[in-house]
Ligand binder design. Structure first.
Ligand SMILES: Nc1ncnc2c1ncn2[C@@H]1O[C@H](COP(=O)(O)OP(=O)(O)OP(=O)(O)O)[C@@H](O)[C@H]1O
Ligand SMILES: [Mg+2]
Length: 750
């Protein structure tokens, strides 16, 4: 039996159709990716095509990795010379070799978003653009959009003549390009754009790659954008052996410029293209497939497809509504553990998918508490996210200032003009004196060579001291909101705009919710909610080391990252109107947006092979406020007979099978749109009053023998009372004389 015998007739047709343009348009789980990998094997083994002549492109690194594995298994010897990669990494490889022809050095640097922002800041300054009107992030996203449409800076300038706002952007675009070139740098969009430039401008290079990539395959074709299409078109122009596979129902990257027209245009650009439709789904049970079909059916602008399966009926879909997001997470963790034991399968057979990154926080905490190994795919753990680490570092510094790394992390975040030289001087001084970094900051005027950096460091210290005083009087939430306000951390994120900044803001809001939950929890137990207590609790989750050898874990990820993947058991969490579909989609009533979200829901459902569990919460804490949500409208699109009952766990009493589902579940639970529109962080009454915590009385005095954690025993020589603390001079037996603040030194009388 050959490997091709496992394919159905349509799939075989697609695999054997090796010459000429081919479009495979088919629904989820119908074997598109499988056709691609078998096609590669077929080309090499049956058609004697040199592996070197094959290019396979897919969407994410994870998908590329999986495709590479599948190809290696099928092809064996020689498979390493096939290019299996994402668009970006293919472009980098091409550019490293030939970019000199465009006047760049082959050692060009790739700018990430931060680098871009830094450069754009300089550009705006140089052009004296009004920062109130021209936001860096907004300019950058306009540039990115233009680049994806292949509009150069010059063209952009001509197009926008007479339009004041866009003229400013055009000037910034021109200058940005000039600077990028001077820096020998490319941004992500350039990787594609410059590759296309190269292919257009240099016939030799074009010919080289056309001859090299005689067979080109593109997976997830529905999410390619205009530049990507142009690149493929050029590469395939000579030999025309281009096979693209996609599903218009799974197009979910419109916001990044994906152009669904590329599917429609394919037959126009390659007029003799053969089109094959695959209609049999091999992935999911009948029940899951029915659910997916009944959801996507509600989209109007789509090509009608009939996707069917010979797979078994399978379990009913489990739908559960919980009181809170916490209960939801508790259920998911318990359910995975229970099911895993019963079915004797592995953690990696389970995936939990959600709409926004911020949703991972509650799930992660539950998983840690239950010792269930998990991995966030396509992202990082909640407490490892940059913005969360930043705020945590503020809180740690305010709490005790003993975590040098935390202090160093925030001394210039957000930027307040304290450079690395100054930081290193302070560090050197701290090391020399054997004191902590923050202690050194507080005596910055003693740091040799600190010079002009001093005022800035002093005002940083004053800010922290202000927060310290505030910490004594305010709740952790108030303190945190004030940190975000006084440092303008949130303000700067908001100015950035764009999907990344939005996601960071959501994470911060989720962090605020965590604080509120902690404070409420303490209150209910009649315990004081202290900053140290909070940090300790968080550390239990934040400092969990990822097991190096751990290969079996539950996968947590956003719906977007889940594209192309499959799992035996899938949980879709947070199926609520206002979250999924998103609040913006609902309130703005944009039908196109809603259809895009519905496609995302279709992608989510069709990731499941055997079981699908849909969960939602009646109330969910968002930005520290409870918000009441209805079940997602997408759930209402799934016929009730496909849904089943699963016993409840823990506090979650919202079973969906009988009674619970229906009237009450879908009743309008005074969804508070207006609540949502409020400023997330209501201004707190921050008085610039440093308060006087007063120096705490010490149980030792001059002449006493004391003990220090690091320096050992010594004699107290001098004590000077300051506003908030004593400055103590101790003559240590071994370490010599040191000056230190009592609060930091934690000296014990012996
Ligand atoms: N002819 C077949 N016989 C048995 N299993 C098959 C067959 N075709 C596909 N499959 C299996 O069905 C599942 C889905 O296939 P694949 O991932 O290739 O689908 P897809 O169309 O790429 O899905 P998606 O739209 O989600 O990317 C895989 O587990 C694959 O191995
Ligand atoms: Mg696929």
């Amino acid at each position: 039996m050959s490997i091709y015998d496992t394919l159905n007739n349509k799939q075989k047709e697609a695999v054997f159709h090796t010459e000429g343009p081919l479009l495979i348009l088919a629904g989820a789980g119908s074997g598109k990716t499988r056709v691609l990998t078998h096609r590669i094997a077929y080309l090499i083994e049956e058609k004697n095509i040199n592996p070197w002549n094959i290019l396979a492109i897919t969407f994410t690194n994870k998908a590329a990795g999986e495709m590479r594995e599948r190809v290696d298994d099928l092809v064996g010897y020689g498979s390493e010379s096939i290019w299996v990669s994402t668009f970006h990494s293919a472009c980098v490889r091409i550019l490293r070799r030939h970019i000199e022809k465009l006047g760049y050095g082959s050692n060009f640097t790739i700018y990430d978003t931060d680098d871009q922002k830094t450069l754009m800041k300089d550009v705006c300054k140089k052009l004296a653009l009004d920062p109130k009107v021209f936001k860096e992030r907004a300019i950058l996203s306009a540039i990115s959009k233009a680049k994806n449409e292949r509009i150069s800076a010059q063209e952009y300038r001509q197009q926008t003549a007479g339009d004041y706002g866009r003229q400013g952007i055009a000037r910034a675009y021109v200058e940005y390009e000039k600077q990028m070139k001077l820096n020998n740098a490319l941004d992500f969009d350039d990787l594609l754009g410059k590759t296309v430039d190269l292919l257009l401008q240099d016939p030799e290079v074009l010919q080289y790659y056309q001859n090299r990539f005689r067979y080109i395959m593109v997976d997830e074709y529905q999410d390619t954008n205009t530049v990507q299409f142009e690149m493929i078109r050029l590469l395939a122009k000579e030999h025309r052996n281009l096979c693209v596979v996609g599903d218009d129902d799974q197009s979910i990257y419109k916001f990044r410029g994906a152009n669904i027209k590329n599917i429609l245009d394919f037959e126009m650009v390659f007029q003799d293209a053969c089109v094959i439709k695959l209609e049999q789904n091999y992935r999911s049970t009948k029940t899951i497939l029915d659910a997916a079909n009944s959801v996507i059916r509600n989209n109007r602008g789509r090509k009608e497809k009939t996707l069917w399966t010979e797979n078994e009926e399978g379990n009913k879909i489990c739908l559960k509504q919980f009181e809170s997001g916490f209960d939801e997470a508790e259920f998911i963790a318990a359910d995975i553990e229970k099911s895993r034991r019963e079915q004797q399968d592995a953690y990696r057979d389970y995936a939990v998918l959600y709409r926004t990154n911020a949703q991972s926080r509650t799930l992660e905490e539950r998983f840690v508490a239950e010792s269930i190994p998990y991995k966030i795919v396509g992202g990082v753990n909640f407490y490892a996210r940059r913005e969360i680490k930043d705020i945590l570092s503020y809180l740690k510094t305010i709490d005790n200032g003993q975590d040098d790394l935390a202090v160093r992390r925030i001394i210039n975040v957000p930027k307040r003009g304290i450079g690395l030289t100054t930081v290193n001087r302070i560090q050197g001084y701290a090391e020399e004196r054997g004191i902590g970094f923050y202690e050194a900051i507080r005596v910055a005027d003693w740091v040799p060579g600190i010079g002009r950096g001093l005022t800035k460091v002093e005002s940083f210290a004053a800010l922290i001291e202000f927060f310290k005083a505030e910490a004594n009087e305010k709740s952790i939430r108030e303190l945190t909101e004030d940190i975000l306000k006084q440092t303008e951390y949130l303000e700067r994120l908001k100015e950035e705009e764009g999907e990344e900044a939005d996601s960071r803001i959501e994470n911060i809001q989720e962090f605020i919710s965590k604080i509120v939950l902690y404070e409420e929890d303490c209150e209910s137990r009649n315990e004081p909610a202290t900053l140290s207590g909070f940090l300790e609790e968080v550390a239990l989750v934040a400092d969990v080391e990822e097991g190096e050898e751990e290969r079996d874990y539950v996968v947590l990820m956003t719906l977007h990252s889940a594209k192309g993947l499959e799992f035996p058991h899938v949980y879709l969490a947070g199926m609520e109107d206002g979250l999924f579909p998103s609040y913006m989609t609902i309130t703005e009533g944009d039908e196109e947006e809603l259809e895009e979200e519905r496609r995302l829901c279709y992608v989510g459902i069709t990731r499941a092979r055997k079981t699908l569990t849909l969960t939602c919460a009646r109330k969910r804490m968002i930005r520290g406020e409870f918000q009441f949500n209805k079940m997602s409208r997408f759930l209402q699109e799934i016929p009730r007979e496909l849904m089943g009952l699963k016993e409840g766990y823990g506090k979650g009493n919202g079973s969906a099978g009988k009674g619970g589902f229906g009237q009450t579940a879908f009743a309008d639970r005074n969804f508070r749109y207006r609540e949502l529109q409020k400023n997330p962080f209501t201004a707190s009454k921050a008085s610039r009053n440093f308060g006087d915590a007063g120096a705490k009385a010490l149980d030792y005095q001059v002449g006493d023998r004391v003990k220090h954690g690091k320096f050992g025993e010594g004699t107290v020589m001098q004590m000077v009372k300051g506003g908030r603390d004593y400055e103590v001079t101790v003559d240590f037996d071994v370490a010599g004389t040191k000056k230190m603040f009592a609060a930091f030194a934690r000296l014990e009388k012996v």
